[in-house]
Design a protein around this ligand. Structure first.
Ligand code: ZN
Length: 464
């Protein structure tokens, strides 16, 4: 790996007139994950965008030139469309500075912030402005925003859409925070009609309130499984699909855990219902049987299910039925995980894996023979398309020069202290993972390393 300043190979300074046309950065890689497949190339950056993708040996004048190591692969910066930043209002759980630093360290160059767990929730334009102001204080990566669809804010949806949110999140059962209540059946229909009227996107936490059983008590994970059985997801997804058929609204199922819903999703797709689906690294990695008693760092909703379910989720990805893998990074203060009692009923549900998504998914993928280029589709290209961010998620001319140097064969052990998120709570502690993020660039500027001035921008749907 070499990094040189302005100058030719023999040390002479490049003349000022040729510097005027020099690219600000050229990155050469023996392997780069391009939209058409893995190939050697030189990526030339001007004004923060990919200006040219050329032969790896092409002669180019550059202010900075980087040659990736033989063990490194150049990827597009990843796009994580499911991040709860929690600022303002619950900044002691997580904030823009810490969440985006974790993102950068994990090769993620764009996050999309969820509308809930921060206060106010992002349910009208004034709240969006509060959020944007909080984020403007400094983000290491680019940030876009989801709006919220809740009872009573039907009249705010179009204005939020026009203000640039990438879509609307709703719940079909209590969300866990009282300021973000769920939509009822008629409320869901009305919201989807309204969102369809301006061509927007609804994303749903799909669990059915009526199918949720008694909350768990105590340290056994089995209580969580009984509390939120797969039927809760399956019923809510069926209702969502029925409403999509009625209204024509585009819908997206967040954090799918129940693989039993996949045939129904396949059928809806075959009919032409505009539905997409994501799952999360934890559902692809863990199984219920391996969650130790009292280990509330594994608690999330919907829950981690059995091994057979996990393998069916991998199959759903292979079949193209599941579009994206995103983190559902959902932190809280450690006290709310109730580690002393280890009580799965009392603990907050949420797993924070923004920094680890790529190695976690790659470790599982390579064990199943899935190539890295396919993983990049799930973690970069498809989430960018979901959020309507055309400049993101791919190594293509005209796209933002968001890049990640990834060493796919380097193994490491997860040490919580190395996570940049606010609280180093993680169910991945001590786990061996394959794939190290060596460097990350945002619009052609390296954001991992000594110079960590925050240069992330706030993005609007469709924009940069
Ligand atoms: Zn979430």
């Amino acid at each position: 790996m070499s990094c040189s300043g302005a100058g030719s190979a023999d040390g002479h300074t490049v003349a000022a007139d040729s510097m005027a046309q020099a690219y600000e950065l050229v990155v050469r890689a023996e392997r780069a994950v391009l939209p058409g497949g893995v190939a050697p190339c030189a990526i030339a950056v001007r004004d923060g965008r990919i200006a040219a993708i050329l032969d790896a040996a092409a002669e180019l004048a550059a202010v900075h030139e980087v040659r990736l190591g033989a063990d490194e692969v150049l990827l597009p910066g990843l796009v994580d469309t499911h991040v709860h930043v929690n600022e303002p209002g619950r900044t002691d759980w997580e904030g823009f500075a810490t969440a985006t630093a974790a993102a950068a360290a994990g090769g993620v160059t764009t996050i999309v912030d969820m509308p809930l767990n921060s206060i106010p929730p992002t349910c009208d334009v004034a709240a969006l402005e509060v959020k944007r102001q909080a984020a403007a204080a400094g983000c290491a990566v680019d940030v876009a925003f989801w709006g919220g669809a809740v009872p009573g804010n039907l009249a705010d949806l179009r204005a939020l859409h026009e203000a640039g949110v990438v879509g609307f999140k709703c719940f079909l059962l209590p969300s866990g925070v009282e300021e973000f209540p769920p939509l009822s059946g008629p409320g869901l229909r009305a919201a989807m009609r309204e969102i369809a009227s301006f061509g927007g996107l609804l994303i749903a936490h799909a669990e059915d309130a009526g199918s949720i059983r008694e909350a768990p008590h105590g340290r056994a994970y089995g209580g969580v499984l009984r509390w939120r059985a797969p039927e809760a997801e399956n019923r809510a997804i069926a209702a969502l699909l029925a409403t999509a058929r009625q209204t024509g609204c585009r819908v997206h199922v967040v954090h799918l855990s129940s693989a039993a819903a996949l045939p129904m999703l396949a059928e809806a797709r075959a009919e032409g219902v505009p539905v997409s689906v994501e799952t999360c690294p934890h559902y692809l990695t863990f199984s219920a049987g391996e969650v130790p008693d009292g280990a509330t760092e594994f608690k999330c909703c919907p829950p981690i299910r059995d091994e057979a379910n996990r393998e069916l989720l991998w199959q759903g990805l292979a079949d193209g039925l599941i579009d994206c893998v995103v983190s559902d990074h959902s932190p809280c203060v450690p006290e709310l995980k109730r580690f002393e009692a280890g009580d799965f009923g009392a603990a907050w549900g949420g797993i924070s894996s923004l920094q680890l998504g790529l190695p976690v998914v790659w470790t599982g993928a390579r064990a199943r023979g899935v190539p890295l280029s396919t993983v990049v589709g799930w973690l970069a290209e498809r989430p960018a398309a979901l959020a309507g961010l055309p400049a993101k998620g791919k190594l293509a001319v005209g796209a933002d020069a968001d890049l990640c140097a990834f060493a796919p064969d380097e193994w490491f052990t997860v040490e919580p202290a190395r996570l940049r998120q606010r609280h180093p709570v993680t169910p991945y502690a001590g786990r061996r993972l394959s794939g190290a993020v060596r460097r990350t660039w945002l619009r052609g500027r390296q954001i991992t390393g000594e110079d960590d001035r925050p240069t992330g921008r706030l993005l609007r749907r469709g924009g940069r």
